[in-house]
Design a protein around this ligand. Sequence first.
Ligand code: GLY
Length: 424
Amino acid sequence: MKVLIVGSGGREHAIAASAAKSKRVDKIYCAPGNGGISEIAECVDIAAMEFEKLADFAQEKEIDLTIIGMDDPLVGGIVDVFEERGLRVFGPRKNAAIIEGSKSFAKDLMKKYDIPTCHYETFHSPEEALLYLETVSYPVVIKADGLALGKGVLICSTPEEAEAAVGTLMLDKQFGDAGDTVVIEDFMTGREVSVLCYCDGTHIKPMTSAQDHKRAKDGDQGLNTGGMGTFSPSPFYTPEIQKFCEEKIFQPTMDAMKAEGRDFIGILFVGLMLTKEGPRVLEYNARFGDPEAQVVLPRMKNDIIDVMEACIDGTLNQVDLQFEDNAAVCVILASDGYPEKYEKGKAITGLEHFKGKDGYYVFHAGTKKTEDGIVTNGGRVLGITAKGNTLKEARANAYQAAEWVSFENKYMRSDIGKAIDEAE
Ligand code: GLY
């Protein structure tokens, strides 16, 4: 069969690598793709938001399955466009992707259906938000309602910071319309865990857990990023916690979406905070996490195409989802300066070290193929993933492999998976 993947990051490279392992797949296209994806897929120069062009391409090439990796096209309704044309597509429709596209929708859903999360209030004007901020205790979390490139969540320790955050989102409109509405919520403390779940509208099957490292610098300092590294599984996500989440969070979320007439089909990414009072939902996303996908998918034993098709066909309950009994760690190699200013176009060397090495992966994110070879083309450049029998072994392997690759201004955090030591 022929598969089209929409997106251009490390996540889409991990999805493409999984699809390439499927015996059912003869040909993979990726739009727009990147330098690394082009090694296993034919990259097509169509942007992820060009829905009609993508659907034309899928029709012309007789694509059997299109997989949407990114949040923007999902929230924008790409799945609806494909379905209207009778094309088979994996991902939630617009009316379900809103669970990621609107923070206030997600919070109202949790409140209505009694899904554990923290207290919040929603505001449509800066004056109301500022009045409310006089009554809260700090720190407090201020979130742009809409998509903001992963930068719309501001943790404020003082009233001054909170006032500035409201100004940035609602008055300066740093993220455009996404900040017209803000959600102000209590700050939760505990361990963060990401659980990505396959969903068929009725049934939900969680994958193995992972933990991301969102801040740019060691010790969880610096600005928020898309994610600087992950490990899987999380040793803090115990079987008891998993049972609680399945019964009180995952299935209730599926049921809530169904009850609202918004059947969720695709990947539901549940961002959890394991607080002293129990697990609470931090956020929902409507797609694979990046770089969570880079540690979860290499450990999945199932054929990814079978699982995705079961989601589309409503037969996920018949799938026995299985993961390897090992661990994986992903370290992101970024361009120094990310997530602010950084340079592009730097030659990348050492990629050949990964060829034929079982358990080691180099997932491309911000890279481009040129006549002179692969060069940097973004903030997050590569995701270096390695497996191990234990988390510690996987971490040592990933950091060793991170040294195989060189480019000017290469930057990585040195403490991805440090929490593993604290779990002992
Ligand atoms: N790694 C967090 C995300 O994908 O949103």
